[in-house]
Design a protein around this ligand. Structure first.
Ligand code: AKG
Length: 413
Protein backbone atom coordinates (compact mmCIF):
# COMPACT_ATOMS: atom_id res chain seq x y z
CA UNK A 1 0.00 0.00 0.00
CA UNK A 2 1.49 3.35 -1.05
CA UNK A 3 1.51 6.10 1.58
CA UNK A 4 2.58 9.48 0.26
CA UNK A 5 4.02 10.42 -3.11
CA UNK A 6 5.18 7.64 -5.43
CA UNK A 7 8.28 9.58 -6.43
CA UNK A 8 9.18 11.43 -3.27
CA UNK A 9 12.84 11.29 -4.26
CA UNK A 10 12.42 13.45 -7.38
CA UNK A 11 12.08 17.24 -7.26
CA UNK A 12 8.50 18.23 -8.09
CA UNK A 13 9.57 20.45 -10.97
CA UNK A 14 11.52 17.58 -12.53
CA UNK A 15 8.92 14.89 -11.80
CA UNK A 16 7.43 12.79 -14.61
CA UNK A 17 4.14 13.48 -12.81
CA UNK A 18 4.64 17.23 -12.84
CA UNK A 19 1.34 17.77 -14.68
CA UNK A 20 -0.52 16.21 -11.73
CA UNK A 21 0.84 18.98 -9.51
CA UNK A 22 -0.44 21.57 -11.98
CA UNK A 23 -3.82 19.86 -12.29
CA UNK A 24 -4.24 19.69 -8.52
CA UNK A 25 -3.46 23.44 -8.11
CA UNK A 26 -0.49 22.65 -5.91
CA UNK A 27 1.03 25.93 -7.16
CA UNK A 28 -0.57 29.37 -7.12
CA UNK A 29 -0.56 31.44 -10.34
CA UNK A 30 2.82 33.07 -9.85
CA UNK A 31 4.48 29.85 -8.76
CA UNK A 32 2.89 27.90 -11.60
CA UNK A 33 4.48 29.93 -14.36
CA UNK A 34 7.88 29.61 -12.64
CA UNK A 35 7.39 25.88 -12.09
CA UNK A 36 6.42 25.34 -15.72
CA UNK A 37 9.46 27.21 -16.98
CA UNK A 38 11.71 25.12 -14.75
CA UNK A 39 10.04 21.92 -15.85
CA UNK A 40 10.13 22.73 -19.57
CA UNK A 41 13.31 24.74 -19.96
CA UNK A 42 15.32 24.06 -16.81
CA UNK A 43 15.42 27.73 -15.81
CA UNK A 44 12.99 30.46 -14.81
CA UNK A 45 13.37 34.21 -14.93
CA UNK A 46 11.90 36.13 -11.99
CA UNK A 47 11.76 39.75 -13.13
CA UNK A 48 12.48 42.20 -10.32
CA UNK A 49 12.10 39.55 -7.63
CA UNK A 50 14.50 41.58 -5.51
CA UNK A 51 12.76 44.92 -5.91
CA UNK A 52 14.87 46.53 -3.15
CA UNK A 53 18.16 45.50 -4.72
CA UNK A 54 19.53 49.07 -5.07
CA UNK A 55 20.48 49.41 -1.43
CA UNK A 56 21.71 45.82 -1.11
CA UNK A 57 23.79 46.08 -4.27
CA UNK A 58 25.52 49.26 -3.01
CA UNK A 59 26.31 47.56 0.28
CA UNK A 60 27.65 44.41 -1.39
CA UNK A 61 29.91 46.48 -3.65
CA UNK A 62 31.21 48.36 -0.65
CA UNK A 63 31.81 45.13 1.28
CA UNK A 64 33.48 43.23 -1.54
CA UNK A 65 35.36 45.84 -3.55
CA UNK A 66 38.40 45.64 -1.23
CA UNK A 67 38.46 41.84 -1.62
CA UNK A 68 38.27 42.06 -5.40
CA UNK A 69 41.02 44.68 -5.34
CA UNK A 70 43.28 42.27 -3.43
CA UNK A 71 42.41 39.43 -5.81
CA UNK A 72 41.44 37.48 -2.71
CA UNK A 73 40.10 33.99 -3.19
CA UNK A 74 38.19 32.03 -0.62
CA UNK A 75 36.33 28.77 -0.14
CA UNK A 76 37.17 25.88 -2.45
CA UNK A 77 38.75 28.21 -5.00
CA UNK A 78 41.37 29.12 -2.42
CA UNK A 79 41.93 25.51 -1.30
CA UNK A 80 42.39 24.34 -4.87
CA UNK A 81 44.54 27.34 -5.74
CA UNK A 82 42.21 28.10 -8.64
CA UNK A 83 42.28 31.67 -9.83
CA UNK A 84 38.85 32.99 -10.67
CA UNK A 85 37.42 36.46 -10.80
CA UNK A 86 34.81 35.63 -8.21
CA UNK A 87 34.58 35.61 -4.45
CA UNK A 88 33.31 32.39 -3.04
CA UNK A 89 31.30 32.33 0.18
CA UNK A 90 31.38 36.09 0.62
CA UNK A 91 28.47 35.62 3.05
CA UNK A 92 31.27 35.21 5.60
CA UNK A 93 32.39 38.80 4.94
CA UNK A 94 29.16 40.53 4.11
CA UNK A 95 25.90 40.43 6.00
CA UNK A 96 24.12 41.68 2.90
CA UNK A 97 25.41 38.80 0.76
CA UNK A 98 24.07 36.49 3.45
CA UNK A 99 20.72 38.29 3.55
CA UNK A 100 20.30 37.96 -0.20
CA UNK A 101 21.27 34.28 -0.14
CA UNK A 102 18.83 33.45 2.63
CA UNK A 103 15.92 35.60 1.48
CA UNK A 104 12.89 33.88 3.08
CA UNK A 105 10.70 34.41 0.03
CA UNK A 106 13.24 32.66 -2.18
CA UNK A 107 13.70 29.81 0.30
CA UNK A 108 9.95 29.32 0.52
CA UNK A 109 9.53 29.43 -3.24
CA UNK A 110 12.30 26.89 -3.86
CA UNK A 111 10.92 24.63 -1.14
CA UNK A 112 7.54 24.68 -2.80
CA UNK A 113 9.00 24.00 -6.26
CA UNK A 114 11.15 21.09 -5.12
CA UNK A 115 8.94 19.62 -2.39
CA UNK A 116 11.65 19.77 0.27
CA UNK A 117 12.97 22.53 2.47
CA UNK A 118 15.67 24.50 0.62
CA UNK A 119 18.82 25.83 2.27
CA UNK A 120 21.56 28.06 0.86
CA UNK A 121 25.02 26.51 1.13
CA UNK A 122 27.34 28.51 -1.12
CA UNK A 123 27.58 32.01 -2.57
CA UNK A 124 29.60 33.31 -5.50
CA UNK A 125 29.96 37.02 -6.13
CA UNK A 126 31.07 38.53 -9.39
CA UNK A 127 32.30 42.02 -10.12
CA UNK A 128 32.46 41.39 -13.86
CA UNK A 129 31.42 38.63 -16.27
CA UNK A 130 32.68 35.18 -15.24
CA UNK A 131 33.38 34.07 -18.85
CA UNK A 132 33.03 30.56 -17.44
CA UNK A 133 32.99 27.62 -19.81
CA UNK A 134 29.58 26.06 -20.27
CA UNK A 135 28.99 23.40 -17.62
CA UNK A 136 26.45 21.56 -15.49
CA UNK A 137 26.67 22.14 -11.74
CA UNK A 138 25.76 18.48 -11.24
CA UNK A 139 29.43 17.44 -11.53
CA UNK A 140 30.44 19.87 -8.79
CA UNK A 141 27.73 19.46 -6.20
CA UNK A 142 25.01 16.98 -6.40
CA UNK A 143 22.66 15.05 -4.15
CA UNK A 144 21.28 11.59 -3.63
CA UNK A 145 18.47 11.37 -4.52
CA UNK A 146 19.63 13.37 -7.50
CA UNK A 147 18.80 16.88 -8.71
CA UNK A 148 17.96 18.38 -5.30
CA UNK A 149 20.24 21.33 -6.07
CA UNK A 150 19.70 24.59 -7.87
CA UNK A 151 21.39 27.91 -8.50
CA UNK A 152 19.87 31.36 -8.19
CA UNK A 153 21.58 34.12 -10.13
CA UNK A 154 20.76 37.71 -9.09
CA UNK A 155 21.64 40.86 -11.06
CA UNK A 156 23.09 43.54 -8.78
CA UNK A 157 23.15 45.93 -11.75
CA UNK A 158 21.76 46.04 -15.29
CA UNK A 159 23.55 43.62 -17.60
CA UNK A 160 24.26 44.34 -21.23
CA UNK A 161 25.18 41.99 -24.07
CA UNK A 162 28.76 43.23 -24.09
CA UNK A 163 29.41 42.83 -20.34
CA UNK A 164 29.58 39.01 -20.41
CA UNK A 165 26.02 37.99 -19.48
CA UNK A 166 25.03 34.64 -18.06
CA UNK A 167 24.17 32.16 -20.81
CA UNK A 168 22.35 28.82 -20.74
CA UNK A 169 20.84 26.15 -22.94
CA UNK A 170 17.08 25.72 -22.42
CA UNK A 171 16.08 22.07 -22.28
CA UNK A 172 19.58 20.81 -21.44
CA UNK A 173 18.43 19.97 -17.89
CA UNK A 174 16.61 16.97 -19.38
CA UNK A 175 19.90 15.34 -20.38
CA UNK A 176 21.15 12.52 -18.15
CA UNK A 177 23.66 13.38 -15.46
CA UNK A 178 26.72 11.55 -16.81
CA UNK A 179 29.27 10.30 -14.32
CA UNK A 180 33.00 10.21 -14.86
CA UNK A 181 33.17 6.49 -15.68
CA UNK A 182 30.68 7.06 -18.45
CA UNK A 183 32.79 9.92 -19.72
CA UNK A 184 35.73 7.49 -19.71
CA UNK A 185 38.00 8.47 -16.87
CA UNK A 186 38.68 7.50 -13.28
CA UNK A 187 37.86 10.40 -11.00
CA UNK A 188 40.16 11.66 -8.28
CA UNK A 189 40.34 14.61 -5.91
CA UNK A 190 42.25 16.51 -8.57
CA UNK A 191 39.69 16.08 -11.35
CA UNK A 192 38.57 19.38 -12.87
CA UNK A 193 35.49 20.24 -14.86
CA UNK A 194 37.35 20.45 -18.18
CA UNK A 195 37.26 16.64 -18.58
CA UNK A 196 33.50 16.92 -19.14
CA UNK A 197 33.58 19.91 -21.45
CA UNK A 198 33.98 17.99 -24.75
CA UNK A 199 30.93 15.91 -23.77
CA UNK A 200 28.80 18.97 -23.02
CA UNK A 201 29.83 20.68 -26.26
CA UNK A 202 29.02 17.57 -28.24
CA UNK A 203 25.62 17.21 -26.51
CA UNK A 204 24.80 20.80 -27.40
CA UNK A 205 25.74 20.18 -31.02
CA UNK A 206 24.00 16.81 -31.32
CA UNK A 207 20.76 17.96 -29.70
CA UNK A 208 20.97 21.30 -31.51
CA UNK A 209 20.44 23.13 -28.24
CA UNK A 210 20.17 26.89 -28.63
CA UNK A 211 21.94 29.27 -26.35
CA UNK A 212 20.14 32.11 -24.60
CA UNK A 213 21.70 34.99 -22.75
CA UNK A 214 20.27 36.84 -19.79
CA UNK A 215 20.41 40.60 -20.23
CA UNK A 216 19.03 41.12 -16.78
CA UNK A 217 17.93 44.28 -15.01
CA UNK A 218 19.10 44.94 -11.47
CA UNK A 219 16.90 42.95 -9.10
CA UNK A 220 16.04 40.21 -11.61
CA UNK A 221 16.70 36.65 -10.54
CA UNK A 222 17.07 33.47 -12.54
CA UNK A 223 16.74 29.98 -11.10
CA UNK A 224 18.58 27.15 -12.85
CA UNK A 225 18.07 23.47 -12.17
CA UNK A 226 20.87 21.07 -11.21
CA UNK A 227 21.76 19.87 -14.69
CA UNK A 228 21.13 22.97 -16.84
CA UNK A 229 24.13 23.76 -19.04
CA UNK A 230 25.18 27.33 -18.39
CA UNK A 231 28.21 29.60 -18.37
CA UNK A 232 29.36 33.17 -18.92
CA UNK A 233 29.56 34.95 -22.28
CA UNK A 234 32.78 36.74 -23.29
CA UNK A 235 33.24 40.30 -22.07
CA UNK A 236 33.18 42.44 -25.21
CA UNK A 237 33.57 45.85 -23.54
CA UNK A 238 36.80 46.21 -21.68
CA UNK A 239 36.33 47.45 -18.14
CA UNK A 240 32.60 46.69 -18.02
CA UNK A 241 31.29 45.43 -14.69
CA UNK A 242 28.59 42.86 -14.13
CA UNK A 243 27.93 42.81 -10.41
CA UNK A 244 25.95 39.70 -9.62
CA UNK A 245 25.50 37.02 -7.01
CA UNK A 246 24.93 33.32 -7.39
CA UNK A 247 23.62 31.30 -4.48
CA UNK A 248 23.62 27.54 -4.62
CA UNK A 249 20.86 25.74 -2.74
CA UNK A 250 20.46 22.19 -1.56
CA UNK A 251 17.31 20.61 -0.16
CA UNK A 252 16.91 18.80 3.12
CA UNK A 253 16.86 15.07 3.61
CA UNK A 254 19.47 14.16 0.97
CA UNK A 255 23.12 13.05 0.99
CA UNK A 256 25.39 15.58 -0.68
CA UNK A 257 28.57 14.89 -2.63
CA UNK A 258 30.96 16.01 -5.35
CA UNK A 259 30.46 13.66 -8.33
CA UNK A 260 33.59 14.92 -10.10
CA UNK A 261 35.70 13.56 -7.22
CA UNK A 262 33.66 10.41 -6.56
CA UNK A 263 34.05 6.94 -7.98
CA UNK A 264 30.73 5.34 -7.13
CA UNK A 265 31.66 1.97 -8.68
CA UNK A 266 34.55 1.72 -6.21
CA UNK A 267 32.39 3.03 -3.37
CA UNK A 268 34.45 6.23 -3.13
CA UNK A 269 32.10 9.09 -2.41
CA UNK A 270 33.44 12.61 -1.95
CA UNK A 271 30.81 13.48 0.63
CA UNK A 272 29.88 17.06 1.35
CA UNK A 273 28.55 18.38 4.59
CA UNK A 274 27.21 21.68 3.30
CA UNK A 275 26.88 24.66 5.59
CA UNK A 276 23.36 25.87 6.04
CA UNK A 277 24.18 29.56 5.58
CA UNK A 278 21.08 30.82 7.38
CA UNK A 279 21.82 28.77 10.48
CA UNK A 280 25.60 28.98 10.25
CA UNK A 281 26.04 25.26 10.89
CA UNK A 282 26.83 22.23 8.80
CA UNK A 283 23.75 20.35 7.69
CA UNK A 284 24.83 17.26 9.66
CA UNK A 285 24.71 19.36 12.81
CA UNK A 286 21.09 20.39 12.35
CA UNK A 287 19.08 17.77 14.24
CA UNK A 288 15.93 18.32 12.21
CA UNK A 289 17.91 17.73 9.00
CA UNK A 290 19.62 14.61 10.34
CA UNK A 291 16.30 13.15 11.35
CA UNK A 292 14.69 13.69 8.01
CA UNK A 293 14.60 10.56 5.95
CA UNK A 294 15.38 10.77 2.26
CA UNK A 295 12.00 10.50 0.65
CA UNK A 296 10.17 12.62 3.17
CA UNK A 297 8.40 15.21 1.09
CA UNK A 298 6.65 17.04 3.91
CA UNK A 299 7.70 20.65 4.11
CA UNK A 300 8.14 20.96 7.84
CA UNK A 301 9.55 24.20 9.07
CA UNK A 302 8.91 26.39 6.12
CA UNK A 303 5.29 27.28 6.75
CA UNK A 304 6.13 30.67 8.23
CA UNK A 305 8.39 31.62 5.37
CA UNK A 306 5.78 30.37 2.93
CA UNK A 307 3.16 32.65 4.46
CA UNK A 308 5.60 35.54 3.97
CA UNK A 309 6.07 34.48 0.38
CA UNK A 310 2.34 34.53 -0.30
CA UNK A 311 2.16 38.09 1.02
CA UNK A 312 5.04 39.36 -1.02
CA UNK A 313 4.26 37.41 -4.15
CA UNK A 314 1.12 39.43 -4.77
CA UNK A 315 2.90 42.35 -6.37
CA UNK A 316 5.41 39.97 -7.90
CA UNK A 317 2.61 37.95 -9.46
CA UNK A 318 1.25 41.05 -11.14
CA UNK A 319 4.74 41.92 -12.39
CA UNK A 320 5.33 38.41 -13.64
CA UNK A 321 2.32 38.79 -15.88
CA UNK A 322 3.91 41.73 -17.63
CA UNK A 323 7.37 40.32 -18.16
CA UNK A 324 9.46 42.80 -20.01
CA UNK A 325 12.61 41.04 -21.01
CA UNK A 326 10.92 37.77 -21.78
CA UNK A 327 7.61 38.88 -23.21
CA UNK A 328 5.22 36.15 -24.09
CA UNK A 329 3.23 36.83 -27.25
CA UNK A 330 -0.22 35.40 -27.91
CA UNK A 331 -0.28 32.35 -30.11
CA UNK A 332 -0.70 33.44 -33.77
CA UNK A 333 -4.12 32.32 -35.06
CA UNK A 334 -2.49 30.40 -37.94
CA UNK A 335 0.05 28.64 -35.67
CA UNK A 336 0.18 24.92 -36.20
CA UNK A 337 2.09 22.97 -33.59
CA UNK A 338 2.77 20.05 -35.91
CA UNK A 339 4.28 22.28 -38.60
CA UNK A 340 6.34 24.14 -36.02
CA UNK A 341 7.65 20.86 -34.62
CA UNK A 342 8.37 19.63 -38.14
CA UNK A 343 10.33 22.76 -39.04
CA UNK A 344 12.13 22.90 -35.69
CA UNK A 345 13.00 19.33 -34.77
CA UNK A 346 15.33 20.42 -31.96
CA UNK A 347 12.26 21.53 -29.99
CA UNK A 348 10.76 18.06 -30.23
CA UNK A 349 14.10 16.47 -29.30
CA UNK A 350 14.35 18.73 -26.27
CA UNK A 351 10.81 17.63 -25.25
CA UNK A 352 9.49 21.22 -25.33
CA UNK A 353 5.93 22.26 -25.91
CA UNK A 354 5.85 23.84 -29.43
CA UNK A 355 3.18 26.47 -28.72
CA UNK A 356 4.73 27.60 -25.44
CA UNK A 357 8.15 27.60 -27.05
CA UNK A 358 7.01 29.77 -29.95
CA UNK A 359 5.29 32.33 -27.73
CA UNK A 360 8.29 32.70 -25.42
CA UNK A 361 11.35 32.08 -27.54
CA UNK A 362 10.58 31.00 -31.08
CA UNK A 363 9.26 34.33 -32.29
CA UNK A 364 12.30 36.11 -30.83
CA UNK A 365 14.58 33.67 -32.64
CA UNK A 366 12.65 34.22 -35.87
CA UNK A 367 11.73 30.55 -36.09
CA UNK A 368 9.32 29.58 -38.89
CA UNK A 369 5.99 28.05 -37.93
CA UNK A 370 4.32 27.79 -41.30
CA UNK A 371 5.19 26.94 -44.84
CA UNK A 372 3.08 28.56 -47.49
CA UNK A 373 1.97 26.52 -50.44
CA UNK A 374 3.25 27.80 -53.78
CA UNK A 375 1.11 30.49 -55.37
CA UNK A 376 0.11 28.15 -58.18
CA UNK A 377 -0.75 25.25 -55.83
CA UNK A 378 -3.81 23.45 -57.16
CA UNK A 379 -5.45 21.34 -54.45
CA UNK A 380 -7.61 19.40 -56.91
CA UNK A 381 -4.60 18.59 -59.07
CA UNK A 382 -2.63 17.57 -55.97
CA UNK A 383 -5.37 15.14 -55.01
CA UNK A 384 -5.53 13.69 -58.51
CA UNK A 385 -1.76 13.40 -58.85
CA UNK A 386 -1.28 11.96 -55.35
CA UNK A 387 -4.19 9.63 -54.66
CA UNK A 388 -2.40 8.05 -51.71
CA UNK A 389 -2.71 11.35 -49.87
CA UNK A 390 -6.48 11.36 -50.06
CA UNK A 391 -6.68 7.66 -49.31
CA UNK A 392 -4.70 8.32 -46.12
CA UNK A 393 -7.26 10.98 -45.19
CA UNK A 394 -4.95 14.01 -45.49
CA UNK A 395 -6.00 17.51 -46.34
CA UNK A 396 -4.02 18.33 -49.56
CA UNK A 397 -2.65 21.68 -48.36
CA UNK A 398 -1.58 20.30 -45.01
CA UNK A 399 -0.06 17.25 -46.60
CA UNK A 400 1.92 19.35 -49.05
CA UNK A 401 3.23 21.57 -46.26
CA UNK A 402 4.21 18.74 -43.97
CA UNK A 403 5.45 16.18 -46.48
CA UNK A 404 4.73 16.90 -50.12
CA UNK A 405 7.21 19.69 -50.68
CA UNK A 406 10.03 17.60 -49.23
CA UNK A 407 9.02 14.63 -51.32
CA UNK A 408 8.90 16.85 -54.44
CA UNK A 409 5.32 15.86 -55.13
CA UNK A 410 3.61 17.42 -58.13
CA UNK A 411 0.88 19.90 -57.28
CA UNK A 412 -0.33 21.17 -60.67
CA UNK A 413 -1.08 19.74 -64.05
O1 AKG B 1 27.55 34.18 -13.64
C1 AKG B 1 28.10 33.53 -14.50
O2 AKG B 1 28.61 34.06 -15.50
C2 AKG B 1 28.16 32.03 -14.42
C3 AKG B 1 28.02 31.52 -13.02
C4 AKG B 1 28.11 30.04 -12.99
O3 AKG B 1 28.27 29.40 -13.98
C5 AKG B 1 27.97 29.28 -11.73
O4 AKG B 1 27.92 29.87 -10.68
O5 AKG B 1 27.90 28.01 -11.79
Amino acid sequence: MQNGPILAGVPIIESPFFSDFIASHYFDDAQQSIAQDLNLYGFAVLPNFFAQIGHQARQIRQDLQPLFAQGQQSGEDAKQGVFTNRIQDAFKHSQTVKQLATDPRMLALLSKLYGRQAFAFQTLNFECGSQQAVHSDAVHFHSLPERFMCGVWVALEDVTLDSGPLCYYPGSHNLPVYDSRQVGFTPSQRTQQDVYEPLWNKLIETHRLRKQVFTAKAGDALIWTANLLHGGEPILRAGSTRWSQVTHYYFEGCRYYTPMHSDLIEGKVAHRDPVNIAMGVKSSEVPSLRQQQAGNQTLRGFKKAYAALLDTLMPFSARAKQRTRWPEIPLPPDFDAQTYAHLNPDIVEAGLDPALHYCRHGYLEGRPYKISVPIDFDAEAYKALNPDVIQAGFDPVRHYILHGHQENRRYRN
